[in-house]
Structure formats: structure tokens, C-alpha cells
Design a protein around this ligand. Structure first.
Ligand code: UD1
Ligand code: UDP
Length: 356
């Protein structure tokens, strides 16, 4: 007999992680989707449900933006109510956002088993909001789905061994499913030459909220010799406008500033990029999947395998390091694989075995 599962999502990358698991779960089970409302703009939320064919959530908590404590606290109270009403057999949480932690905490206090998709990742950067969320979530999860052996070892170091499974990465499963549909007409329609442009995203709090870091990043973009596509996360756009720095960016004739893009548009741009520059977790991993060299504007990465063979290079927000990383030759080394088309089959089979 099927079981009742409940997933909590709220931010852009979580909709991607949810999509293939939803499809797999509903073959045998009931699956309730709860959207916390952390991301709410059409381009940050609804477009992913449409493009990835995820049904509308049964519950939208409408929490919206706020400080970490305020946002997480509102989610915690609202998720608890939904859990009391729905009484699922297991709550599934994804990644490392405030929505992840709030859901894991609400469920664990109600003694509902928690399954964490993308467990065991660590930056070891003290105070990074995502690091706090993922460490705490892992410690109150009952079933932990790791994308790699490195993640399993990270958990072992913290004394977590029970319920840990290496299944691969659900985002990689999504990429394998959509890859064949992603064509070069997408970059062409945006006026850039396939294989010859830089695709860039910046949204990490340590960069987007720092005028100094954003100045260094804009300096590096300004000096970049080639076309740049820059879909701006709303956090970054809001801050640049607030600091009066948007005019400078828009005056760079080789930089096309865009609204956040839909998933199929964005991944097509990744596939045909000459280089990717980012501080996003998901985008680093997607660059790696598409064999596009990546420059990561951070001091550390959770996806350490991408550093091997020079596919990904960490620069921090250092103008000089960014410039030299962007001009390095294309790596040719082999890669490890983060997953296949069966990641979510493994997750569901494991959940069935663990929860019976
Ligand atoms: C969140 C996650 C981060 C993840 C990112 C994915 C946390 C702590 N952070 O960061 O780990 O990488 O999502 O994109 O959970 N805003 C809008 N419209 C929206 C959503 C946000 O305008 O639909 C603006 C608001 O001004 C808001 C700001 O962006 O204050 C930041 O949003 P928030 O969800 O708090 O954090 P993200 O930076 O998106
Ligand atoms: N993404 C997108 N449109 C954009 C930027 C990113 O569809 O304009 C997708 C990207 O392909 C990846 C996910 O959003 O699947 C990554 O989300 P984000 O960078 O916001 O968060 P992170 O992965 O850092 O948590």
C-alpha cells in the first residue's frame, strides 16, 4: 500500500530538485507539496512549476521575504499547522535554504520522520546561512540522501552514519532528462554566439549584500573581453539599484543584464556558454555537467569534485583572481559523475525500505 509523503520547498533550486522526485513518488504513493512562499516572483517560482510540470502545491504558506529569523520563524509556525492537518508518514526537505531548516525542525518536533535530499554537503564556512541550515537539518534528519561519497564522509565526521545513503544528485537527473531539448537557438535568440559568451549569476549573501564584493565583480565584468549574459537575482538587482550601481552595469555595452530566466532557457544558455561565472551551488554543478569551465566567486565550494582537473576554480570576490580564472584555457580532464536517470528511483526505494 502507498504511503503519504509531504515535501516542503520554497526557493528556486528546490523546485528543480523536487520535480523528478515528485514524478517518481506518485507512481505508488500520495505526495503533498507545500510551498513556503520564500520565492514568489513568477520568474523565481511559478515558471519552474510550469516548465518542469510540477503540479500546483496543495499548500502555499505565503511567507515571503524577511530577515532570517523572521522568515524561518513564520515558516516554522505555518508548516507545523500543515503537518498537524496532513499527518504525512515522512517529510522530505531539499538542500539548505531557510525553507529546508524550518520544515525539518517542524517535522522532527512532531516526531514525523525527516528525509533530507542533498545531505552531507559542507562549505565549512562559519556563519554562512546555508551552512547553518544544512548542518542543523542533517542532524535532525532520519534518512539522508547524499549526492556523493564526499558527502557521506562529511556526515561521518559529525557522527552521522544511520540512515545515510548515496543516491546521486536529483538536479543531475533533471539535466539528463532535458539535455536533448536544449538547443543553440536559445543563445542565438539573445544575440550571443554559442560557445563564445560568458554566462554569469551572482546572488550569494556574502557577495550580493557586500558593496565591496559587488564592486570587484563589476570591475572584472567590465574588463571581460567578450559578450556577457547576466540574469540578475532579485536580491542582487535590489542592492545594485540601492547603491546606485545599476547604471554602471547597464552602461557596459558587452554585458546584457536580464531578469531571472526560466529553467529551460537558463540551462540552454549554460550548455552553450564558453565560460560560466557564478556563486550559485546549482550553477557550478550544472556547468560541470555540461563540461563548461566555471569560475566560482566564492572562497569555498560544497561541490569539491568540480575543482578536480580545473573545471571549476575558486576566486573569491577578488578582481585579479576572477580575471585570470576567466581567461584560463579550457580543461580537458575526465570528470566524475554526480548521477544518472535513476537517482529518484533509488530515493523512493530507500524510503520504502526505511519507513516500512
Ligand atoms: C535563497 C537561499 C539560498 C539559495 C537562493 C536560491 C536562504 C537563506 N537562502 O537566497 O540558499 O541559494 O535562495 O535562489 O534560504 N526576492 C524577490 N522576489 C522573490 C524572492 C526574493 O524580490 O521571489 C528578493 C527580496 O528582496 C528578498 C531577497 O530577494 O529579501 C532575498 O530572498 P531570500 O529568499 O531571502 O534569499 P535568496 O537570496 O533568494
Ligand atoms: N536558474 C534558472 N534561471 C536563472 C538562474 C538560475 O533557472 O536565471 C536555475 C539553475 O539552472 C539552477 C538553479 O536555478 O537549476 C540554481 O538556483 P540558484 O542559483 O538560485 O540557487 P543555488 O543553487 O545557489 O542554491
Amino acid at each position: 500500500m502507498g504511503m503519504k509523503f509531504l515535501s516542503v520547498v520554497g526557493a528556486r533550486p528546490q523546485f528543480v530538485k523536487l520535480a523528478p522526485l515528485h514524478r517518481e513518488l506518485v507512481k505508488q504513493h500520495e505526495h503533498i507539496i507545500v510551498h513556503t512562499g520564500q520565492h514568489y516572483d513568477y520568474r523565481m517560482s511559478q515558471v519552474f512549476f510550469e516548465e518542469l510540470k510540477i503540479p500546483d502545491p496543495q499548500h502555499n504558506l505565503g511567507v515571503g521575504s524577511g530577515s532570517h529569523g523572521e522568515q524561518t520563524g513564520k515558516m516554522l509556525a505555518a508548516i507545523e499547522q500543515v503537518l498537524q492537518q496532513e499527518r504525512p508518514r515522512c517529510v522530505i526537505v531539499y538542500g539548505d535554504t531557510n525553507s529546508t531548516l524550518a520544515a525539518a525542525l517542524a517535522a522532527s518536533k512532531l516526531l514525523i520522520p525527516v528525509a533530507h535530499v542533498e545531505a552531507g554537503l559542507r562549505s565549512y564556512r562559519h556563519g554562512m546561512p546555508e551552512e547553518i541550515n544544512r548542518v542543523l537539518t542533517d542532524h535532525i534528519s532520519d534518512v539522508l540522501f547524499c549526492p556523493s561519497d564526499v558527502a557521506v564522509r562529511n556526515l561521518r565526521k559529525e557522527g552521522i552514519g544511520k540512515g545515510v545513503h548515496v543516491v546521486g544528485d536529483t538536479m543531475t537527473q533533471v539535466l539528463k532528462e532535458v539535455d536533448a531539448k536544449l538547443g543553440a537557438e536559445v543563445p542565438q535568440s539573445m544575440g550571443v554566439r554559442p560557445g563564445h559568451y560568458l554566462l554569469a549569476t551572482i546572488h550569494r549573501q556574502e557577495n550580493a549584500d557586500s558593496r565591496e564584493n559587488m564592486t570587484a565583480i563589476l570591475d572584472a565584468l567590465e574588463r571581460y573581453d567578450g559578450e556577457v549574459l547576466l540574469p540578475l537575482h532579485p536580491r542582487t538587482a535590489k542592492n545594485l539599484k540601492g547603491w546606485g550601481m545599476m547604471g554602471r552595469l547597464e552602461s557596459m555595452s558587452h554585458v546584457k543584464v536580464k531578469e531571472p530566466l526560466g529553467f529551460l532557457t537558463f540551462t540552454a544558455l549554460e550548455k552553450f556558454a564558453g565560460h560560466i561565472m557564478t556563486d550559485s551551488g546549482g550553477v557550478q554543478k550544472e556547468a560541470y555537467y555540461f563540461h563548461v569551465p566555471c569560475t566560482t566567486v566564492r572562497d569555498e565550494t560544497e561541490w569539491v569534485e568540480t575543482l578536480e582537473g580545473g573545471w571549476n576554480v575558486l576566486t573569491g570576490a577578488d578582481k585579479g583572481k576572477i580575471e585570470s580564472a576567466l581567461s584560463r584555457p579550457r580543461p580537458s580532464k575526465d570528470q566524475v559523475s554526480y548521477g544518472d536517470e535513476h537517482v529518484c528511483e533509488r530515493i523512493v526505494a530507500t524510503l520504502e525500505a526505511e519507513l516500512r
